[in-house]
Design a protein around this ligand. Structure first.
Ligand code: AMP
Ligand code: MG
Length: 482
């Protein structure tokens, strides 16, 4: 993307450090077919509510030299960059093909090389209407913006590759469904805004030439170790399948329900992004759905692995223009096994272990999930408490296991609790004292001590909406980022 090269802004102030980043026109120079050039909406107010200083070092910036006004200029008024590209894409939404999608309330407005050598996108959400808005308003509610910031930071903290928010700026209020709501514009920072649906749209218009062009672009920038290698196309698909298997295994292990796993919300880099009506499960309820409008439970917590597999299968249609379909089918057959391997691995980490035999792993995970299902102990809290209360003494004295916890288990549930403690004790007995120390460390490192349950989100939002008190929001982010 071209930098306007302004050395001073409208008020004659010194140049903005965001303007001088190492921009590349990767997608812009690829083909005009992939986007529409748009203008941002002009809002009468801009209040910086969140700046993600943790992201600045990746851009080679020092937070002490980036002022709030720099954020407002770059992330609110979108100065300093000429190109604002509303990306074109389609997608399967709730199983139905929808050709009326695309960036309807955002645009890509910068691609920049991070100091880690990787290319990153700045994309907006809530910056006004585009040719893809249909009849919608192009806006993002402040609550929606707050929720997306929280999701990105929480998932990042859980070790998941995810988009994060660079900034959240409150803009003027607007009316939605007859109610006045606070508005916002958010800048998303992620590896890529290219989606499965970007390829699906090209297939819809029968453009194998562009499918190949886009695929080459994706490999060159996001799978660069495969660039110009033999069999790079099928190897790309195999790697994407593996990345998605790992991603969904991580979501499942941390209890995250994305809520709207349409193919337009699946990144071609296999990273987690686009957070609308997501939720972390409260109790272990496999049928939990995050989006109220998902009445059939298509995107329920337990369906996420099979839906991701289905999305990868749909992606074979456009890719079959350039990749042999039976080779892709054979690759996709490995998905369930890959998923199970990653899920086991992440669950074992959460339970403190590096490695157990396959049978021990299955037994421990099954029993843990049964225990959580029957007792209705909060999913995140259980693992948090395990990390906080674990003691080497548990190996010597089985009666001390899971004592002294902040949640209570009573009545019939005592039986399953005792079974769990017995099994856990058996596994600890097989470990040396040194290994027990490692378990203690793992448990603390892997299991978050602060949770993002609906109740936490609601109390953060209540402070903002009732008293304009941003402290709980700021505190949450700070604790996550320590
Ligand atoms: P999402 O559910 O956020 O992934 O969005 C699905 C589609 O609807 C995308 O094409 C969005 O750009 C579009 N969209 C969602 N909300 C709005 C809005 N308020 N205004 C315009 N387009 C929207
Ligand atoms: Mg989306």
């Amino acid at each position: 993307m071209k930098n306007e090269g302004q050395k001073t802004n409208d008020e004659g102030q010194k140049t903005n450090p965001f303007f001088d980043l190492n921009y590349e026109s990767a997608l812009e120079s690829l083909d005009d077919e992939f986007f529409d050039r748009v203008q941002p909406a002009k809002f009468s107010q801009h209040v910086l509510r969140f700046r993600n200083d943790q992201l600045l070092p990746i851009l080679g910036l020092n937070s002490s030299t980036v002022r709030d006004r720099h954020f407002l200029e770059f992330c609110g008024h979108f100065r300093g960059i000429q190109s604002r590209l509303a990306l074109r894409y389609h997608g399967y939404q709730f199983g139905q093909y929808n050709p009326y999608l695309g960036d309807g309330r955002g645009f890509l407005y910068g691609q920049v090389r991070g100091i880690d050598g990787q290319l990153y996108d700045f994309g907006t959400k809530g910056s006004g209407q585009t040719p893809h808005s249909q009849s919608r308003d192009g806006r993002l509610t402040l609550k929606g913006g707050v929720r997306e910031v929280l999701a990105g930071e929480m998932l990042h903290y859980c070790g998941i590759k995810t988009s994060r928010s660079l900034s959240l700026i409150e803009t003027e209020a607007f009316t939605r469904e007859g109610k006045l709501v606070r508005g916002s514009v958010m800048v998303r920072f992620n590896r890529s805004h290219l989606r499965f649906g970007t390829f699906e749209r090209l297939d819809y218009y029968d453009r194998p030439d562009l499918i190949q062009k886009l695929l080459d672009h994706v490999i060159q920038y996001y799978y660069s170790h495969l660039w110009q290698q033999p069999d790079s196309y099928i190897r790309f698909y195999a790697e994407l399948v593996e990345r998605v298997a790992q991603l969904v295994a991580q979501w499942m292990a941390v209890g995250f329900c994305h809520g709207v796993l349409n193919t337009d919300n699946m990144s071609i880099t296999g990273e987690s992004f686009d957070y609308g009506p997501y939720a972390f499960i409260d109790t272990y309820n496999p049928y939990f759905t995050a989006a109220a409008f998902d009445r059939q439970g298509r995107y329920s917590y337990r369906n996420q692995p099979s839906i991701c597999r289905w999305n990868l299968e749909m992606l074979q249609r456009p890719l079959s223009a350039v990749i042999n379909i039976s080779e892709m089918e054979a690759v996709l057959e490995t998905f369930p096994e890959l998923y199970t391997q990653y899920y086991h691995q992440h669950m074992l980490y959460k339970l403190g272990f590096d490695r157990l035999s396959f049978l021990e792993t299955e037994e421990l995970i099954d029993l843990t999930l049964q225990f959580l299902f029957l007792t209705k102990v909060n999913y995140g809290q259980f693992f948090c408490q395990l990390g906080q209360r674990f003691s080497p003494e548990w190996r010597e004295d089985p009666d001390s296991i899971l004592q002294d916890l902040e949640f209570l288990v009573s009545g019939e549930d005592i039986t399953i609790l005792k079974r769990w403690c017995w099994l856990y004790h058996q596994l600890l007995l097989e470990r040396s004292p040194k290994e027990i120390q490692q378990i203690a460390q793992h448990l603390q490192q892997v299991n978050p001590t602060i949770l993002l349950r609906e109740s936490e989100i609601e109390s953060i939002w209540k402070a903002i909406s009732k008293q304009d008190n941003w402290q709980p929001f700021i505190d949450f982010i700070k604790l996550r980022q320590l």
